[in-house]
Write a protein that binds this ligand. Structure first.
Ligand code: ADP
Ligand code: MG
Length: 350
């Protein structure tokens, strides 16, 4: 069965709008589930309710078949890592990691052995005697992770654990956290507002918006089959075009007619196409493609691609071209033909 079940969980602070409104999620044993959404959408509140740090206004939390909704945090058996690490500055690394075990009354020998194992796991064995201020951001982050794991929790909860790290280190820590989580088979809920991080790390992603679950699926499903314009926009870059679906099923973008990957009711629609799925065509395309004429307004070189703005059908489309040797280089003012697959033409009602 599912290791963590969250049922109709809700939180209202005072008489404001619901910070979390009737959220339901299930996390399988050993799964890493991401909570992804913009700032203020209720991710931290959800995590704190799961941890028992914020009482729920309504709903149920079940861990391994046991209802823990009424249990205090320390009886829920969860390891938590916050964005700011919250390390004790006056204690060394080993002391920080040992603290939770000492609170639980474990023997000195057991504490020492477990701390050593946890520090090895995060590759900090050599720095056990350092104080937090003598560590880099990445190392402090790993201490916080060791401290959460040392209690051998049933569930690991991570709230934006990488946000304070610079870009390069963040990418390294993604892999490191993911490896440790897999090796331990640790059921994990990972909060982030960073879509790339969520796509790269999670088995499944719950996209949240204004206290509600907008879509839950694998990274592939969230990216390739977004259920709403919000998800398409939030997870990955996309062009967004207002259009009209006619009775014949074709979609009118100005004077242009295109086909979409799914059918939609007649009337106003939103069409979305990702910039890197639009090609500046050098040859005619088959029936599975849409296309139109356009004029390049701007080309920006960003290393791995050329980011172009193309005026077409009265709109401006973002188009990203890989910088592969052999591909013609688009230039500002060029008249071009754009082409993109019907399968990449997302359409939403309204
Ligand atoms: P996120 O982590 O996604 O950025 P939060 O869960 O922190 O979002 O916040 C969700 C909403 O709940 C926000 O509107 C926030 O202002 C509000 N909120 C969070 N904590 C409190 C609190 N202790 N008291 C009142 N409002 C809060
Ligand atoms: Mg938060």
């Amino acid at each position: 069965g599912m290791h963590l079940v969250v049922e109709d969980l809700a939180k209202r602070f005072g008489d404001g709008p619901a910070a979390v409104a009737s959220l339901s999620l299930q996390v399988a044993p050993g799964e890493l589930l991401g909570l992804l959404g913009p700032s203020g959408c209720g991710k931290t509140t959800t995590l704190r309710m799961i941890a028992g740090l914020t009482p729920a206004s309504a709903g149920r939390i079940v861990v391994a078949g046991r209802d823990v909704t009424a249990l205090p945090s320390h009886k829920r058996d969860m390891g938590i890592v916050f964005q700011n690490y919250a390390l004790f500055p006056h204690m060394d690394v080993a002391g920080n990691v040992a603290f939770g075990l000492e609170m639980r009354g474990l023997s000195r020998g057991e504490v020492t052995a477990r701390v050593a194992r946890a520090l090895d796991l995060v590759r900090l064995g050599a720095l056990a005697q350092r104080r937090p201020r003598e560590l880099s951001g990445g190392q402090q982050q790993r201490v916080a992770l060791a401290r959460a794991l040392v209690i051998e929790p049933s569930i690991l909860l991570l709230d934006e654990p990488l946000s304070n790290l610079d870009a390069k280190l963040r990418e390294e820590m993604r892999t490191e956290i993911r490896d440790i989580q897999r090796r331990l088979g640790m059921t994990t809920v990972f909060v982030t507002h960073d879509q790339t991080e969520a796509l790269a790390m999670c088995d499944r992603i719950a996209v949240m918006r204004a206290g509600l679950l907008e879509q839950l699926g694998t990274p592939f499903e969230i990216y390739e089959q977004p259920r709403t314009p919000f998800v398409a926009d939030f997870v990955g870059r996309t062009n967004r075009l207002e259009a009209v679906c006619a009775a014949d099923g074709l979609i009118a973008l100005g004077a242009l007619r295109v086909r979409a990957r799914a059918s939609v009711a007649v009337g106003p629609v939103t069409v979305m196409v990702r910039p890197h799925r639009i090609e500046i065509a050098t040859q005619p395309r088959g029936a599975d493609w849409n296309g139109c004429a356009g004029r390049i307004r701007r080309v920006t070189y960003v290393g791995d691609m050329l980011s172009c703005e193309v005026e077409a059908e009265g709109a401006v489309l973002a188009v990203e071209q890989p910088t592969l040797p052999g591909l013609p280089t688009p230039r500002e003012g060029d008249d071009v033909t754009l082409a993109w697959r019907v399968a990449d033409t997302l359409v939403f009602p309204g």
